[in-house]
Structures are given as structure tokens and as C-alpha cells.
Design a protein around this ligand. Structure first.
Ligand SMILES: Nc1ncnc2c1ncn2[C@@H]1O[C@H](COP(=O)(O)OP(=O)(O)OP(=O)(O)O)[C@@H](O)[C@H]1O
Length: 325
């Protein structure tokens, strides 16, 4: 039965005071999340920070202990049947049958899509398979798929019909670099088509590369959210100087009360109380060989550093290599 489509809304998803307890353990608390219509919002947080639990509550898969959820303007889970047909989701355990091929799994899911007419099903399945580059492996059984292929099939299921909102929980888990680039491409295409995308990740670099907005979770609460560009501007600016004379340079700056710290190939200078030309003049005056100087964006990095300093959370090693100093 076709349902009345939800009306256009400013926020594709909105939570207020969201809380989830598991046997006395707080998984999510006080989460007021705004996912603007048309945005690509990266939900960023270390392992165990509450990303999956929040996403599951948004989709009506987990019942909140307290708080409210609105999805495409309607309350969840009360009006799930209104919102969910317009929401594609890739979450843990998408329920594929191990003995069926990738294509047959998608055909089964497509048959259950209220927005897909029967005769449109085969075409929609082939399109979705092609979009995640799984056509060649489509006849193989799901149980023989690699983790990356399983992720691709999950993504294909989320893309079976045009959606107003696509929710992807750690979509690049298990994917190689080419697969990761393809997921970024798919997110870019969805964004260009006006679809709102909510994507969770523990990789800073991944969020920076794909998102317009960010919500940072730590220990179950949102510690920052907003436009990526605004968050990147926040935090104190820094200068990264490449030089073989790092220690000498740090000393020269500290003599002038400018905070700096050594890096493997140079140093990082805090620009809160000084400027880049002044730093370069001091270094050159002190006889430091300056090979390269560049401004560093520190907003997200600082937010993440604060998270890791508080103990229980470490960003992924890949994230450190790609997105950190
Ligand atoms: N079904 C459950 N039963 C008990 N505790 C749970 C359950 N699901 C999640 N938790 C706990 O809730 C907290 C948040 O977990 P969640 O999976 O939402 O975090 P996450 O940010 O998605 O982590 P990851 O990046 O590792 O997937 C963790 O402490 C986790 O152990």
C-alpha cells in the first residue's frame, strides 16, 4: 500500500534528549542531533562512543530509554511506516541470506520495497549492483563474499530506490582503498541528487573528505556539531615548519615565548599570539634552515585530541596516518 509521502522538512532527522541504557550502562545520553536536509553529516566518534546505538534509534531498530526521534518530520517509531520507505540504511547485520547469491538477496529485499513496482524490480537491482561495482560477483553466494563485498551489497540494498535520507553505519569498514573511494563517490552522487546522507565513521580523514556537517560523539554524548567548515575554523591555528633544525627552532621560539613542539621533520608552532611572517623571521634570524611552511587546520583535530586525552578512546591508526599531524 502506498503511504502519503512525508512533507518537506528543514531537518531530515532530529533527536532530543535521546538516551539509551543497556543493563545500567549508559550507551547514549542527552543526544540532541540535527541532520539538516540536503547535508552529508558525518557522525564521528571513537569505538564505543554511541554511533551505532544512535543510528539504530533513529531508524526505529532500538527503542530509546528516553527522548524523542523525528525522521523526515515524523515521530519514530510511531510513524515508521511513513518515514522508512524513503530512508535507505546500511547498518550492522542487514539480514542477508548466506545461501542466496548477492543478486537474489537484493531481489528479495526489492520485492519488500513499498516504493518499487513489481516490474521495476529487476532494473533497480541491476542498477544498485552496478553502482557498487558488484555486477561481476552478483551470482556468487553471499556466504562466499569478502567483508568488503558484503559491505557493498549492504550499500546496494540502501540504494535500491531513490531515497530522501540514506544512513550508512561505518560504510567503509572492510573495504580496500579503491572500495573506500567508491563509497565516497556514491555519497557524492547522493548529495548532488539532493539526498541527505548520515554516515558514521571513526576516521577523521574520511569525514573531512565527504561531509558538509559533523557531529562528534564521545562516551554517548554529542560534544560538537555543525558545519564542517565552521568546526575546522574553530580552534587555535598552527603553523607546520619543515626543517632539519627542529630542536634549534623550538628553542629560538620559546626564547620569544611562542609555544612550539618538535615533529619528526620539523616543528608545529601555535599561532594564537603570533603570525606566520614573524615566526619565519625569528627562525631565519636564528639560522634555522626553513624548507617548507604551511598553515594547519586544527579544529577537528583538536576536538579529537580532547577525546583521546580523556582516556577510553583511541582513534583508528589509519585515521592518525591520514588525518592527524
Ligand atoms: N546490545 C547491547 N547491549 C549492551 N551494550 C551495548 C549494546 N549495544 C551497544 N552497547 C554498548 O553501548 C556503547 C555504545 O556502543 P555503540 O556500538 O553504539 O558505539 P559505536 O560508536 O557505534 O562503536 P563502534 O565504532 O565500535 O561501532 C558501548 O559501550 C557498547 O558496548
Amino acid at each position: 500500500m502506498a503511504q502519503a509521502a512525508p512533507a518537506p522538512v528543514a531537518l531530515a532527522a532530529r533527536t532530543r534528549g535521546l538516551r539509551k541504557l543497556y543493563r545500567g550502562t549508559v550507551a547514549v545520553d542527552h543526544v540532541d542531533l540535527d541532520v539538516p536536509q540536503g547535508s552529508v553529516l558525518g557522525m564521528l566518534g571513537p569505538n564505543g562512543s554511541g554511533k551505532t546505538t544512535t543510528i539504530r534509534m533513529l531508524l526505529g531498530l532500538t527503542v530509546p530509554t528516553a527522548g524523542t526521534v523525528e525522521l523526515l518530520g515524523v515521530p519514530m517509531p510511531e510513524q515508521a511506516e511513513v518515514a522508512l520507505p524513503e530512508v535507505g540504511a546500511l547498518v550492522e547485520g542487514p539480514g542477508f541470506h548466506s545461501f542466496l547469491s548477492g543478486r537474489d538477496n537484493l531481489l528479495r529485499l526489492a520485492a519488500a520495497e513499498p516504493m518499487l513496482a513489481g516490474k521495476a524490480i529487476p532494473g533497480a537491482v541491476e542498477d544498485a549492483l552496478a553502482r557498487v561495482r558488484l555486477t561481476d560477483a552478483a551470482d556468487r553466494r553471499f556466504r562466499g563474499y569478502s567483508l568488503g563485498m558484503k559491505q557493498r551489497l549492504g550499500l546496494a540494498a540502501a540504494l535500491l530506490v531513490p531515497r530522501r535520507l540514506v544512513v550508512l553505519d561505518e560504510p567503509t569498514n572492510g573495504l580496500d582503498p579503491a572500495g573506500t573511494r567508491e563509497v565516497r563517490e556514491v555519497i557524492g552522487q547522493l548529495h548532488a541528487a539532493g539526498t541527505t546522507v548520515l554516515v558514521s565513521s571513526h576516521l577523521l580523514a574520511e569525514v573531512e573528505a565527504t561531509c558538509t556537517h559533523v557531529a562528534v560523539l564521545h562516551r554517548g554524548t554529542v560534544v560538537a556539531q555543525g558545519e564542517l567548515a565552521t568546526l575546522l575554523e574553530a580552534g587555535s591555528p598552527a603553523l607546520v615548519v619543515s626543517t632539519p633544525d627542529g630542536d634549534k627552532a623550538v628553542e629560538a621560539l620559546r626564547d620569544k615565548r611562542i609555544p612550539a613542539r618538535s615533529l619528526p621533520d620539523g616543528l608545529q608552532v601555535d599561532l594564537t599570539t603570533t603570525t606566520a611572517p614573524e615566526v619565519v623571521a625569528i627562525l631565519v634570524g636564528a639560522g634555522v634552515a626553513v624548507h617548507e611552511v604551511r598553515k594547519q587546520r586544527t579544529g577537528l583535530e583538536e576536538l579529537f585530541a580532547r577525546l583521546t586525552e580523556s582516556g577510553d578512546a583511541q582513534p583508528d591508526v589509519d585515521g592518525q596516518e591520514e588525518g592527524w599531524l
